[in-house]
Design a binder for this molecule. Structure first.
Ligand code: PBG
Length: 331
């Protein structure tokens, strides 16, 4: 901070007089390059099945996911993050469908990379879309098993990268999974596959609509507080990030987004790695609901919130608004 001016010689308002001047003095800018588009896929025939709690978001067929990749390419959106809605009949306690190399995720990844090879594809590493109990890990006697889960996640990540995923994003919050995944990728010749760690992920009510989107809401037994972080904590986030960095994370993610800008700022300042925020389903739904009632201006709120992530230090944002924002930014 070097500004030491005093009124009346200094008048901060002088710099806000006109649009050209505000543009010229703006510190943080949002561009399409900052966006990772979160999409949901399903293995049904219908190209788009609307998600009630997330107006404007649909579960895409594999074909529609490939079309989305092309759309991202046209809009200059660098990457897409894929989340699967798995048929309830394919779920079991072990989440075995997660390891199917011809399952929905791998099929969608292949179709997207075929359609738009220049668009990065990121996939979640976690078991919750695949388990009949809705947890991210293996469950025994009401407890989530850490090391046993890490073994399955490692296999899941390998299969995803083998299908063409560019970035694997462990969102499960098990201890030690980044290191185990890095070692397995390297041992299989995937030294260049990227890991974006959900390093600081909080147990949050903001994920509500997502669980409807992927069909795990009804399944989920209990909550995720024995593995996702307590929202009262900050130092714990930094310890989580430090461990993931030491284990080989290339990029870091903080989740949820808007209510956690302090964490984004501390993670970016503390580690200096590419750092992203996830504007999650609940944040999306709140904006959509208020806008639908005419209570807020959707366009302005979307650009303001996304720019807030940049101001806090994020290098980019995972968001369901990505194509909408990219279109706004292009006009
Ligand atoms: C689970 C996962 C969740 C989200 C992404 N991966 C939900 C959860 O942890 O229960 C949330 C995404 C969103 O709310 O938009 N592995």
């Amino acid at each position: 901070m070097s500004y030491t001016g005093r009124y009346p010689a200094s008048r901060p308002r002088r710099l806000r007089q006109t649009d050209w001047l505000r543009r010229l003095t703006r510190e943080h800018r949002l561009g399409a390059d900052d966006l990772i588009w979160a999409i949901v896929v399903h293995d049904g025939a219908e190209d788009e099945v609307p998600v009630a709690a997330m107006p404007g978001v649909s579960r895409y067929s594999v074909r529609a996911a490939a079309a989305a990749a092309k759309r991202a390419e046209r809009l200059g959106i660098p990457a897409i993050a894929v989340f699967p809605h798995i048929d309830a009949a394919k779920k079991d306690a072990g989440g075995r469908e997660a390891l199917n190399p011809d399952g929905l995720v791998c099929t969608a990844v292949r179709a997207m990379k075929d359609a738009a090879p220049g668009v990065g594809v990121m996939v979640d590493v976690a078991l919750d879309p695949f388990t009949d109990h809705g947890h991210d890990g293996l469950l025994r006697d009401g407890r989530i098993l850490n090391d046993e889960t890490v073994k399955v996640l490692t296999e899941q990540a390998l299969i995803q990268v083998n299908a063409g995923a560019d970035i694997v994003a462990p969102s499960d919050m098990m201890d030690g999974r980044v290191g185990a995944i890095r070692a397995a990728l390297d041992a299989n010749g995937y030294q260049d596959a990227l890991i974006m760690s959900y390093a600081a992920k909080y147990a949050s009510a903001f994920y509500g609509p997502y669980r409807e989107a992927i069909g795990s809401a009804k399944a989920l037994q209990g909550d995720k507080r024995t593995y996702q972080m307590d929202y009262g904590n900050t130092d714990e986030a930094l310890r989580e990030v430090a461990m993931d960095v030491a284990e080989g994370a290339d990029m870091l993610l903080v989740k949820p987004g808007l209510a956690y800008l302090d964490i984004v700022a501390r993670v970016k300042a503390g580690f200096g790695l590419p750092t992203y925020a996830f504007q999650v389903s609940g944040e999306y739904a709140m904006i959509k609901a208020a806008a639908a009632n005419g209570w807020i201006d959707e366009q302005r709120i979307v650009l303001e919130t996304l720019t807030a992530f940049k101001r806090a230090g994020a290098d980019g944002v995972v968001t369901y608004f990505a194509p909408y924002a990219a279109e706004l930014l292009a006009t």
